[in-house]
Design a protein around this ligand. Sequence first.
Ligand SMILES: Nc1nc2c(ncn2[C@@H]2O[C@H](COP(=O)(O)OP(=O)(O)OP(=O)(O)O)[C@@H](O)[C@H]2O)c(=O)[nH]1
Ligand SMILES: [Mg+2]
Length: 296
Amino acid sequence: MKCGFVSLVGRPNVGKSSLLNTILGMKLAITSDVSGTTRNVIQGIYNDEESQIIFVDTPGIHKPSNKLGNLMNKKAYNNTEGVDVILFLVDISKGFGKGDQFILDKIKDKDIPIFLLLNKIDLVKDKTKLLEEIAKIKELHDFKEIIPISAKKNDNIELLLECLKKELAESERIFSEEDLTNVTTRFIMAEFVREKVLELTHDEIPHTVTCYVENYEENEKVVHIQVLIVVDRDNIKKIIIGKQGSMLKEIGTRARKDMEAFLGKKVFLETYVKALKNWRDEEKYFLELGLKEDDE
Ligand SMILES: Nc1nc2c(ncn2[C@@H]2O[C@H](COP(=O)(O)OP(=O)(O)OP(=O)(O)O)[C@@H](O)[C@H]2O)c(=O)[nH]1
Ligand SMILES: [Mg+2]
């Protein structure tokens, strides 16, 4: 049995969480076309007959503009320590940029094999240009593997898993086969709501929305879930609620579908929004995001 830890790192929006979901064959981590979607480190445990691979999804590494950004970068770097392989993702439809180089410089001397994953190849029409780009990137580091993939279209994911297994050591399973992740179901439910907020409001609202499950009651057939959406300004609250509550209703409808797919049960979801001034400055904000404990 081949087992080990593999972390996913890269700039925001390159497709780390999408890749995690594709590998697991289910939606565990939320994704969006807005940068900075992932805030927490999320482990997803992949099992097959011959392996167990613990994939560690991390926040995109970026130029931080506030305390939250700093903490997110730190989380991402911390999770490149002690792993067996680093998957370094690049959005190849955009090419290899300064931000990618910055991350490579931080991880390349760690004595951990790095796989360079050129994601979003489905968007690359000019294959000659792609080959030229690969030739250039090859010179930057002695990557263990360079694999063009599409997390969205499931291209080369089998190949990636085969290559990973070659790098991992023989051992017993580390977690039981029923274990799926390190995060709680409540956390995942709150994330589903946050994803819909990002999806539906786009650039109208900043990334400072936080969602909590305030109440979670489950019986054999149904789950009742109450989610609080916290923002720091009244005008953002208004946007999220929408005309006569229409936006909030749509957020709820979409999130409920994901919840039902995940839980395999009928879900009654209630969502409401609160604006709390200075929310982002509060200690509690960082604590609740789970970003504090091992960052000291
Ligand atoms: N066309 C295409 N789009 C992709 C692919 N992989 C991811 N995306 C899209 O890219 C966007 C960002 O994906 P995420 O998985 O959220 O990216 P991330 O790297 O986790 O981003 P952060 O959490 O912000 O660091 C989403 O809109 C995805 O649907 C791909 O292979 N092809
Ligand atoms: Mg992500």
